[in-house]
Ligand binder design. Sequence first.
Ligand code: FUB
Length: 339
Amino acid sequence: NNTAQENKPEAPKTTDKKYLSEPLVTHMYTADPSAHVFNGRIYIYPSHDTANGAAMNDDGGHFNMVDYHVFSMDSVGGKVTDHGLALHIKDVPWAGRQMWAPDAAERDGKYYLYFPAKDKQDIFRIGVAVSDKPEGPFVPEKEPIKGSYSMDPTVFKDEDGSYYLYMGGIWGGQLQNWNNNQYGAGDSLRKPDQLAKMPVMAKLNIDMKSLAEPVKEIQLLDANGKPFCEKDNDKRFFEAAWVHKYNGKYYLSYSTGDTHNICYAIGDNPYGPFTYQGIILKPVEGWTNHHSIAQHNGKWYLFYHDSQLSGETNLRNIKVTELHYNSDGSIKTIDPFVK
Ligand code: FUB
């Protein structure tokens, strides 16, 4: 738990902005909240931001995180418990730097923490670590998940008991360097008229530590069934995929990155295609926008982050607000600021 003391946020910066919700955690910086309900309790798996002096650049060098804490609460609005250090990079033999947005899943009483980190060759991979408890501590596998790449992993459990791993992020997340599951170092970013990169996914094996099939691209399409081009950057995928199910439909939500929206698309199965629907969350304070969606006690919640406590893009704080559906299954857009 001692890492929490090293980077205690100072008093919030004075601002005239009115926020929709307040930070859930104020004794350390937290971001990228992946929320799940395990045993009736809400568990949040965030990144742990620190003021470590790393230089800011388009590859996200300023997100130089080294560990994870898990948080939990009885219900939204209740006391938030910090369960302390769940995993540190020094205990992950293959990892070199940058532990970015994690996620977690439960199967048969074991808990699996999925996390991205750059390996010793500075290529992002997805690792997995296991615990008997949702809050950890987690014991990492000695190698990253074979065939995994890029960052922002998320695991979706379908009602038939299948689990799927989704991942990917462009720019610093390196997804643009991957074609047909091969890394091509130096591949450039897409030009405006080129097709945008799609997130990738694969079914997980029963061991939850390996992929049951080769990684595939997900088709994210506009209302006319066409994939987005890079210039459609207010709608195309950038990072932060999340999948949830509502009324039998599969919802893929994600960040548009450089245009800072959380958008969503709907499909009929976990592999897609997914058809674009609209914006769930408008831009927050800070450059990044990253979320998760979970249901608890009959209500749906959006977990997200902003930079309210610090005013700095790389020193974020997690938040939660209720999410509402319209009767046709569309999601009501959330503005993180109150006018
Ligand atoms: O926290 C580091 C990175 O920032 C995440 O992996 C991205 O989704 C963005 O939130």
